[in-house]
Design a protein around this ligand. Structure first.
Ligand code: ADP
Ligand code: MG
Length: 446
């Protein structure tokens, strides 16, 4: 059997042990070129390719070679000396590219003007703005913006790009997600075009790279990024990255990379507080041509708290529901949408203590009587209403409510809840009282 046939056999047995993407990414580009002793010589596009196969598929490859019926029980890689084919033929002919490659990937909607500033993000915003206006020149290099999901990191990063280009249209702003960077890198390896890959990035005046936590555990990509980073950094080019955590706390990234990152400025974005949420909602409503009453905005802001993406999503949902179902945007609709988004529960930050306190204020029954044992009519009514509200607002379990109210049995709580539920439907006075408590707690619209 000649080496081509041996390789053919090896490939068919690898097909049984490896996923097809591994085969097409790493084995199909390999060319058998001969034998040397008991080794089959395999030509691979570059060093990285050889290392990748060795570090990931050595075991499988050896096993496949051992089981083949011909010569060659081991392998050796030969790095190809063929000229790599350029990524884009016409580009390489002219030698230069004038149009910045990634300019169009910048989201024009993400600007500083529509980024709402609050105490949770003002430091990040100011740093970003400063970098956009003086890329590479103010010591904030690299700038790392970190924080949880949906808090505006990507928005700020694109805002830097937009602002920088607005100030100086000549700038080559390269913006990319870490995921795309990784994919492009791996593809460039497969096609033997790492040089072009590298050049794309090294021509950047500003490199904006999103979600670097994606590099976690991807050693070779990190390596590649490290070199790109150094080249840019040393020539005074600005680098901006976003991450889900403070770089010092990121796992799975090489220490030298992390310490490089920390030499610049790291700024965080926190979840927005109530006022910022209201401001964001008003802005997003306006952007969507939606006019919302202030009490509706406040209601949403009280319930949707974790991130800005959810606030935005709520507005869009309200809009969609009202137009699809052709109904007015009223309190019911808003409540329904908010409830859907919070998984059915409203105001999970109201505690039994808050409820009892409020009932006590409105009924003039002291708090300790409410959870006490007195059977006086007005006291036990306040108690029952409190229990009912704990159940309805918090969705607390009968047992927990019973425990909180002086160690009562769950059947007592069940009875109280049922009784008030009926009264709430039949007795105007009870209904009004319950509504006023809910409003005071910020649970119902006022
Ligand atoms: P991250 O990248 O941190 O996960 P994004 O930047 O994608 O978050 O933000 C999610 C959404 O919320 C985007 O539509 C963005 O425009 C919006 N957003 C986030 N923060 C703000 C803010 N401070 N002002 C206005 N919109 C914001
Ligand atoms: Mg993002």
């Amino acid at each position: 059997m000649n080496y081509v046939d041996v390789w053919g056999e090896v490939l068919s047995s690898l097909r049984k042990t490896l996923p097809s993407h591994a085969l097409s990414a790493w084995f199909e580009p390999v060319d058998p070129i001969g034998f040397s002793g008991d080794k089959i010589l395999l030509e691979v596009p570059n060093q990285f390719f050889a290392e990748w196969i060795e570090s990931h598929y050595d075991k499988e490859l050896r096993a496949a070679l051992r089981s083949n019926s011909g010569k060659g029980t081991n392998y050796r890689f030969i790095i190809s000396d063929k000229e790599p084919t350029p990524l884009n033929a016409s580009e390489s002919n002219t030698g230069t590219t004038t149009a910045p490659l990634y300019k169009n990937n910048i989201n024009k909607q993400y600007r500083f003007e529509n980024f709402i500033e609050g105490s949770n993000n003002e430091f990040a915003k100011n740093a970003a703005f400063s970098v956009a206006n003086n890329p590479g020149k103010n010591g904030f290099n690299p700038l790392i913006i970190y924080g949880g999901v949906g808090l505006g990191k990507t928005h700020l990063m694109h805002a830097i790009g937009n602002e920088a280009i607005h100030k100086n249209p000549e700038l080559n702003v390269v913006i990319i997600t870490s995921e795309k960077f990784t994919l492009d890198f791996v593809n460039s390896l497969r096609k033997n075009k790492t040089i072009e890959f590298t050049q794309q990035y090294r021509k950047a005046d500003i490199l904006l790279i999103d979600d670097i936590q994606f590099f976690r555990g991807k050693e070779q990509t990190q390596e590649q990024f490290f070199h790109t980073f150094n080249v840019l950094y040393q020539s005074g080019k600005q680098i901006v990255m976003t991450a889900d955590k403070y770089p010092g706390e990121m796992k799975g990234l090489q220490t030298r990379l992390l310490s490089r990152f920390q030499s610049g400025l790291s700024v965080d974005i926190q979840p927005p507080n109530f006022e910022v949420r209201v401001a964001i909602l008003l802005e997003k409503a306006e952007q969507n041509g939606l006019s919302l009453d202030y009490d509706v905005v406040e209601f949403i802001a009280r319930h949707i708290k974790e991130n800005v993406r959810d606030l935005e999503g709520t507005i869009i949902r309200i809009l969609a529901k009202s137009s699809l179902m052709n109904i007015e945007i009223d309190h019911d609709l808003v409540r329904q949408v908010v409830q859907e988004r919070t998984g059915g529960r409203l105001n999970n930050d109201i505690s039994m203590e808050d409820i009892i306190k409020q009932v006590s204020i409105s009924s003039s029954v002291p708090e300790k009587e409410i959870v006490g044992s007195s059977r006086k009519m007005e006291i036990s009514k306040a108690r029952q209403i409190s229990m009912y509200l704990c159940r309805e607002i918090m969705g607390a379990s009968l047992n927990n409510i019973g425990m909180y109210f002086g160690g009562r049995d769950h059947t007592t709580v069940m009875h109280a809840v049922k009784c008030i539920k009926e009264k709430n439907e039949k007795e105007e006075e009870v209904k009004a009282f319950i509504l006023s408590i809910k409003q005071d707690l910020g649970y119902a619209f006022s």
